[in-house]
Write a protein that binds this ligand. Sequence first.
Ligand code: SER
Length: 320
Amino acid sequence: MSSRILIIGACGQIGSELTYKLREIHGSENVIASDISYNNLEVVNSGIFEIVDAQDYSSILICVEKHKIDTIYLMAAMLSATGEKYPMKAWDLNMNSLFHVLNLAKAKYISKVFWPSSIAVFGPTTPKDNTPQHTVMEPTTVYGITKQVGERWCEYYYDKYGVDVRSIRYPGIISWKTMPGGGTTDYAVEIYHKAITDGQYESFLSENTELPMMFMDDAIDATIKLMDAPANSLSIRSSYNLAAMSFTPKEIAKEIQKHIKDFIITYNPDFRQQIADSWPKSIDDSYARKDWGWDHQFDLEKMSSEMLLQLEKKYTTSKK
Ligand code: SER
């Protein structure tokens, strides 16, 4: 029997691409996209779409029962930068939505859950290079706190109630279809757009700020691989470290200059600098590679060619 999947937060950067990919795999009729509003018409018009409020247990339950859902991907969240502006809203959204979905699984309405964690679970006291899976975690952002606490609850629900919940600590995700919203790693998406539209970009992180990053295709591939892995191969039920590449604003700019010779980058760090400074530079993801065969395809060079190619096409078509 094919899975019946609900994606909560399907209008967002990762949720949208996960929706498209899962529909390819499981058939459009088996993948229900949902969000709090119709704020991504491409997703809304691409198949079955429901309005679901991730903070409202009955809103999710009604949708689960209506569509006979067995698997939920909970992609709704408030990210690091926005979370610092609205700490209580971030806490409420990120935690309530997770509890609702875990409780639906505990009550056996659904049998499998994907919930994303983040490199934001780490903090200034974490070793910065090749950050291990098990290490000191003292996050300093509200977003990071919600993700770290969420990881503890995922493991708890697995241990105590046998809930099959799976998770990845995503690095910064770079993509061209849907813009990210409110993250500290967003500069690495904006820079490609501005390179094409303006030929220049002012970075809100300083030139040597190194962060772990990943191209969207790899992130989607990892998510699906983890969800397809046999349960007994998974040794981590909090959240898996995951890595592909690390770079600084200066390095990404240099890569863009190989394609757009006159591209200019300037630096004007804001409050997001402090967030970035608290996160790792690179991640040790050997558990993911060993347990479920994770392997990335995109490095900075390959990703930059693909981003610029796709965005060039996108902006040319939108001008016509
Ligand atoms: N991309 C996220 C952020 O910057 C990290 O998970 O908030």
